[in-house]
Design a protein around this ligand. Structure first.
Ligand SMILES: Nc1ncnc2c1ncn2[C@@H]1O[C@H](COP(=O)(O)OP(=O)(O)OP(=O)(O)O)[C@@H](O)[C@H]1O
Length: 400
């Protein structure tokens, strides 16, 4: 190489221009041929217009933090929590790889060198270097192994941290059996609809509006959906959102195959509608499509884009569930067909639902006293939650 460098430095005087051009164009190929290593760069953000977070970067970083941590000499530390009560003394020290710390991983006997650094925009990037002969292994197995392992860990982690700890499934959900089947079929059709959605150019998402009084099983329904599809649940707290941009970031934090829930959507709409009405009054009666809420910048159209899943450029499947006790208060634009594809009324407990609850809680589907209970349920508005709550004392009666 030194000889080659020396020769190169002498070239201007000795070699004809054309020869120089040939050598110049050949030298990168020659260098690539001689260099036995290849590299893959994984940036923190994607290059497309959406400037999304690159999921592979996050998964690979998590993988390195857990798998190769012992090999790193330069680490960064911060205080984290174990996800439970923040006031308890349960803080953890979290370690991360520091910038420019190289770590080596080994996969099926092949060595992989990783380095975390900054790109020209001061965003983080990971560089993976490996021997040429492992190219196939890296492309077809190693990266897939990282993605699968970390997604599974994330799923388990999220499941243990989301407040969605309803154990309900469609089997235990007490509601009209025909409606239950319709919802299950709709969900299954959606899950199998990847090709259809890409063919018609629609985001692969489906919206469900769950409405009904408190205690009729809206949260239980979400749990049943997540159990049926094996999707994660994100319960979004929009009260902390300050702008459309925040809303977009929140959306981008969610992963594919997830159920994004906004509970009590009417409370958010209340803000918007009140302001909307105010503007209407001062705006010559024109109802503006975009307006500011009390916090300043969240707009109805931002909310609509959010539930339309428009910020998901590659359209991984997502389900949006809005719940409310006051369906009449919602803006028709938010719940129109195509945005909220199915409107599901969760209603008071009637006899069919009662029998399911009795089976869940007591293991009985028939009893002489049921006729009386049926009458009672048909003449009162009792929620399934109230029935469930009272089934234990009822046990005594039913067994006599
Ligand atoms: N349809 C139902 N089938 C089975 N159990 C139910 C049903 N509805 C309510 N329950 C029982 O009542 C409890 C509370 O119901 P859930 O939280 O699902 O109601 P909700 O409509 O989401 O109420 P809220 O609007 O107050 O959040 C559940 O944990 C479950 O035990």
């Amino acid at each position: 190489m030194a000889g080659f460098g020396l020769l190169w430095s002498r070239l201007p005087e000795r070699v004809h221009n054309e020869t120089r051009n040939i050598i110049t164009s050949w030298s990168p190929m020659l260098a690539a041929y001689l260099n036995p290593y290849e590299q893959i760069t994984i940036s923190q953000y994607t290059d497309d217009e959406q400037f999304r977070r690159n999921e592979l970067f996050d998964l690979a970083t998590a993988y390195l933090n857990s798998t190769c941590m012992k090999a790193g000499h330069k680490l960064k530390a911060e205080i984290g929590s174990n996800g439970q009560d923040q006031d308890q003394d349960n803080t953890l020290t979290l370690f991360h790889l520091a910038e420019n710390q190289e770590v080596v991983d080994s996969f099926q006997g092949a060595r992989m060198w990783w380095n975390l650094s900054f790109d020209e925009h001061r965003e983080h990037k990971l560089v993976l270097v490996f021997h040429k002969r492992h190219r196939e292994l890296v492309q077809s197995s190693y990266l897939r192994h990282i993605i699968q392992q970390e997604r599974e860990l994330r799923r388990l982690h999220r499941q243990s941290h989301i407040p969605w700890n309803h154990p309900a499934t469609f089997d235990t959900l007490a509601m009209d059996p025909a409606m239950k089947d319709e919802i299950k079929d709709d969900l299954t059709l959606f899950q199998e609809g990847k090709e259809y959605h890409s063919k018609v150019g629609k985001a692969w998402k489906r919206g469900y509006l769950l409405y009904g009084p408190s205690g009729t099983g809206k949260s239980s329904m979400i749990s049943a959906m997540s159990e049926l599809l094996r999707f994660d649940v994100y319960d979004l707290d929009l009260t902390t959102v300050r702008s459309n941009d925040d809303l977009r970031k929140l959306f981008l934090e969610t992963t594919e195959q997830s159920i994004i829930v906004i509970e009590d959507i009417h409370t958010i709409e209340d803000d918007l509608i009140t302001l909307c009405k105010d503007k209407k009054a001062t705006n010559g009666g024109e109802l503006p499509f975009e307006f500011e809420n009390e916090k300043g910048k969240v707009t109805l159209s931002g909310l609509l884009n959010f539930v339309d899943g428009l910020w998901s450029p590659f359209g991984g499947e997502r389900i949006f569930v809005l719940t409310t006790n006051h369906v009449d208060k919602l803006d028709p634009a938010l719940i129109r067909q195509g945005r909220m594809d199915m409107h599901i009324e969760m209603s008071y407990c009637r006899f069919e639902a009662f029998k399911m609850l009795a089976n869940n809680y007591l293991g009985v589907t028939e009893h002489p006293l049921f006729a009386e209970i049926q009458q009672l349920l048909e003449t009162t508005n009792t929620t399934p939650a109230e029935v469930a709550h009272n089934l234990m004392p009822l046990r005594k009666w039913l067994i006599i």
